[in-house]
Write a protein that binds this ligand. Structure first.
Ligand SMILES: Cc1cc2nc3c(=O)[nH]c(=O)nc-3n(C[C@H](O)[C@H](O)[C@H](O)COP(=O)(O)O)c2cc1C
Length: 166
């Protein structure tokens, strides 16, 4: 059976789109046919033998579009392997506490589907793109700034997914 995989993502500033793109490319290298789509553009999950869904974390939460996708397609997603990922700047400082905080953003989704794998990735924060109040807030919270995405780790995770079990 041909493996057709959906990689769906939410994003505000584009860094998670690039993470999703790297995941899609790695899965293609593994021989899968991949559709890469924004979460709010997905209308049907039935054609896929595996579904990967990811979102950045904002204020401790996955973006609504990603959670809505899981909610809308919960029934079908119960029939295929589903992998979830979260992108958060906190992982730039990769401690168990920070991992836990970013992983907690997946809780509402994990309540709806049981993922075969969970990926937690450091993100990218470009303070220049933000409004002054947001910049100040992130400064007060001592949030790291910069691009901490580890594309090798992201690709490794994608290649560990069970694309051949669909
Ligand atoms: C207002 C704001 C709140 C954020 N909150 C969190 C957070 O709670 N935890 C975290 O790990 N990263 C947080 N981040 C960092 C983003 O998750 C990170 O920059 C991510 O790569 C952005 O993805 P995007 O470019 O796809 O929107 C926050 C960023 C902003 C601007």
């Amino acid at each position: 059976m041909e493996e057709k995989v959906l990689v769906a993502y939410a994003t505000r500033y584009g860094s998670t789109r690039e993470v999703a793109g790297a995941i899609a490319a790695a899965l293609q290298e593994e021989g899968a046919t991949v559709d890469l789509m924004r979460a709010d553009e997905v209308t049907d999950t039935a054609p896929y033998s595996m579904v990967v869904i990811g979102s950045p974390v904002y204020a401790g939460k996955w973006l609504d579009d990603a959670l809505k996708l899981v909610t809308r397609h919960q029934k079908n997603l119960g029939r295929v392997p589903v992998a979830l990922f979260a992108v958060g700047i906190l992982i730039a400082e990769d401690t168990p506490e920070n991992r836990q905080k970013v992983e907690a953003a997946l809780d509402p989704a994990v309540h709806l589907v049981t993922p075969v794998s969970v990926g937690l990735f450091a993100g990218k924060l470009d303070a220049k793109a933000l409004s002054f109040p947001l910049r100040m807030m992130l400064k007060v919270m001592k949030t790291p700034e910069g691009d901490y995405r580890d594309m090798d780790a992201i690709r490794r995770w994608a290649k560990s997914l069970p694309v051949r079990n669909g």
